[in-house]
Design a protein around this ligand. Structure first.
Ligand SMILES: Cc1cc2nc3c(=O)[nH]c(=O)nc-3n(C[C@H](O)[C@H](O)[C@H](O)COP(=O)(O)OP(=O)(O)OC[C@H]3O[C@@H](n4cnc5c(N)ncnc54)[C@H](O)[C@@H]3O)c2cc1C
Length: 379
């Protein structure tokens, strides 16, 4: 379910108000950051270039740590309004070898609805919001807000950049340039009303191959979310649809069952920024760093870091410098999960390794152990 229309603010009102903080990007990271700032007394403006509800390429599987993070940030009601479907089984298949792993309850949500409801909750708790508003940070940390060809300059005390992998807020700032992993996979996603693949309800299904993987997760509307990470070289050679078909065929699944899908794409996934803080700027979520999504926890990483943002924001608002402390703090909190993600990402490139793990995972105890490692339960 989607909340009623989100109250918006005019460009003139936004430009004349004395903001303590501006959050650029209203995805899961930005909304959690905004909720935390509002709770801690920051006059906060949340802006997003898109008009909500908007689509987002994402598998939609929110790990238990992310669920807890949203609840602890006062965003639990928004999550519940999205009517998440809980799944507790992961069917993984590689080269026709498959195993079912018992996972802790993931909440599967449609990002169109979750993000819209999160923004609504931020506004309800006292934050201000502007949709359809592109923000670009200048060399001197001033922000140019643009709506329908009109522009205004604002100078909040703190700028939280949560504009994701394809954001443009830092496009004028070479000091925050991306470092992109060569040979990293690109992301693809779609939401469909029905699916004819052999996917079972109440479970997430993953098909893996040496050149990418495809996941399918059921949502409460009765539809399915499809998400994939695929080698860009393969897509260049044979196109998106055939690349996905290849993943299915290598698992003995008739790819024609997938039907015609309109895939949305995102650029190369594994990347990080040269720096994550400087001047008034704190970067968060995918906008700071991202790894491939096999373990389904990108949302939870951003939510978790946002929960620890306020002391850093306070320091910036008071005119202090956080230097490299902000990035180090995030990396320290996520180091074990990022390592798991890297190892799983590497294993997917070597089907023989993944097959051995899956065969072992058929044993109940080994399967439970693997699932514990694979999924992020704890904050
Ligand atoms: C194929 C795939 C599958 C995935 N599956 C999962 C999964 O199952 N579970 C999971 O937890 N994670 C998954 N992820 C990762 C997850 O989608 C991201 O980690 C998460 O969306 C990051 O949220 P965010 O708030 O940082 O950025 P985003 O959700 O990308 O939000 C960024 C927002 O910034 C806005 N924006 C951009 N530029 C500007 C600007 N200049 N001014 C104003 N607004 C701007 C955009 O409109 C957007 O709304 C997956 C990712 C991919 C690619």
């Amino acid at each position: 379910m989607v909340s009623a229309l989100i109250p918006d603010m005019s460009l003139d009102v936004a430009a004349s108000a004395p903001w303590d903080a501006m959050v650029i990007g209203a995805g899961t990271s930005g909304c959690t950051a905004a909720a935390q700032l509002v709770r801690n007394g920051f006059r906060t403006l949340l802006v997003d270039g898109a008009v909500f509800p908007r689509p987002k390429v994402c598998g939609g599987c929110l790990a238990p740590a992310g669920v807890r993070g949203l609840r602890e940030s006062g965003l639990g009601a928004a999550l519940e309004r999205t009517e998440p479907l809980k799944v507790d089984r992961l069917d993984v298949s590689v080269g026709g070898c498959s195993a079912t792993l018992p996972i802790p309850a993931y909440h599967v949500i449609d990002r169109r609805h979750l993000d819209h409801n999160l923004v609504h909750e931020v506004v309800r708790s006292g934050g201000a919001y502007m949709g359809g508003t592109r923000a670009v940070i200048q060399e001197d940390d001033a922000v140019v807000l643009a709506v329908d060809g009109e522009e205004r300059v604002v100078r909040p005390k703190v700028l939280v950049v949560a504009d994701g992998l394809q954001g443009t807020a830092l496009s004028r700032r070479d000091d925050f340039a991306w470092v992109v992993k060569r040979r990293g996979y690109v992301g693809m996603g779609a939401t469909v009303d029905r699916i004819d693949l052999p996917c079972r309800p109440g479970r997430v299904t993953m098909y893996s191959s040496a050149s990418g993987y495809l996941g399918a997760a059921p949502i409460s509307s009765g539809g399915w979310i499809l998400a994939a990470a695929v080698s860009p070289e393969l897509i260049r050679r044979i196109g998106k649809a055939d690349a996905i078909a290849g993943i299915l065929e290598s698992n003995g699944v008739d790819s024609s069952l997938l039907g015609r899908i309109k895939w949305r794409g995102v650029s190369q996934l594994t990347r990080h920024r040269r720096k994550a803080a400087g001047g008034r700027i704190l970067v968060i979520g995918d906008a700071m760093h991202y790894l491939e999504p096999f373990t389904g926890e990108g949302m939870s990483w951003g939510i978790h870091c946002a929960q620890h943002l306020v002391p850093f924001a306070r320091s910036v608002a008071d005119g202090g410098s956080v230097g490299t402390r902000w990035r180090k703090s995030c990396i320290r909190r996520l180091s074990r999960r990022r390592l798991t993600c890297r190892l799983v990402g590497a294993a997917t490139r070597h089907p023989a390794v993944l097959k051995t793990a899956l065969r072992a995972g058929r044993n109940r105890h080994v399967g439970a152990w693997l699932a514990r490692r694979l999924c992020w339960r704890d904050s």
